[in-house]
Design a protein around this ligand. Sequence first.
Ligand code: UGA
Length: 441
Amino acid sequence: MKITIFGSGYVGLVTGTCLADAGNDVLCVDVDQAKVDRLNRGEVPIHEPGLDDLIARNREAGRLRFTTDVSQAVAHGLMQFIAVGTPPDEDGSADLQYVLAVARSIGQHIDDYRVVVNKSTVPVGTADRVREALESTMAERGVSLPYSVVSNPEFLKEGAAIADFMKPDRIVVGSDDDKATRLMRELYRPFSRSHEKLIVMDVRSAELTKYAANAMLATKISFMNELSGLAERLGADIEAVRNGIGSDPRIGYHFIYPGCGYGGSCFPKDVKALARTARGVDYEPLVLDAVEAVNARQKGVLFQRISDHFHGDLSGRVIALWGLAFKPNTDDMREAPSRALMEALWEAGARVQAHDPESMDETRRIYGERDDLRLCETPYDTLTGADVLAICTEWQVFRSPDFGRLRKDLKSPVIFDGRNLYDPRTLVDHGFTYYAMGRGD
Ligand code: UGA
């Protein structure tokens, strides 16, 4: 099938590449000329395991191309995917200007039947606005061509996006017409092999499903983070509690890990946007507000703990920090708990010596050169001259460090672990003071 993907960001690139790999003829279009040039040279602008090879393979086969030419893009695909960003507005609602700009571009150049597929995370009712944009631009041209608008939210996890696309749990398709549904079924058949994964529903329900999934996952995390604070105060161990409740299949082990808060480009944005949507229809989002408030509080816990340890005086202190990315296997720093921690430490007059396996360039891009931030080549380099160690991301390489070396290199053997990587007993045996999340005293 001929497919056009608007937006060569994370979602667009993964979707386009995986669809090309199934044999489709994919043209990706982006407004950023520099990005398109890089992609056409075979350079991949994001870090995602397996993506580089997959892009190379499909470019070589001639099934995956990149352009800035919108008219060529609209002429190319029977399926026109919208995978552009929906950044939060100041009030937390999703900013639809890029989505609607694509819809207008399609309206300007459409010359035959097209299925417009919305992959971007968009508020309920956006498909109607896409339709309006298409109608009004076609009306300006004095034409009226057939089209369908479909909602097809993505459920890709950064770091596992290729596997999530190739072997999805489910493929949600919101469609109000049979022709578009048939085409979507055909397009996704290669990814639905073991059993039927496609769940067809009305457009509004599909739009809401995306928010419901992320909000439910964020709720699980905030719930566990709240309980972890409670466990600390009650002298209980949240890790024991986690095992105790996760074994109930109705609860499950996934997404009940307490930590220093959820981050990334999705949960924080989507929880806020859904709360905003609820307010827009005069419905108070009690749970969503609480999920957000708990996360904001949780992102401050590590700092508070470090500050308390030094009796509120952090000036001149040096904090070693392991992990900057919002989670392992990505270089993404959006809404990362490490940022809240570093910014609070700097504000209090401390310096940070940090290491992350993937996101040091990104950290440099965000914060630039500054005296109170040193980015170190290895985890152990962060320890030289540091008072204590804090951990924000559970990268695999941090899980079994040389504790002898840690104890020798740190000025005082104290670890503030935001991800519960270690067994508290082992750390005490090694002579550490170990602050974990929700693990009693
Ligand atoms: C999330 C969803 O998991 C995807 O299904 C969805 O498609 C995606 O958002 C999206 O909307 O595009 P992602 O943001 O890549 O994916 O990251 P997650 O793996 O969900 O992690 C989010 C945050 O929650 C991380 O900061 C992670 O450290 C934190 N987390 C996760 C916890 O604190 N505890 C847990 O038990 C699980």
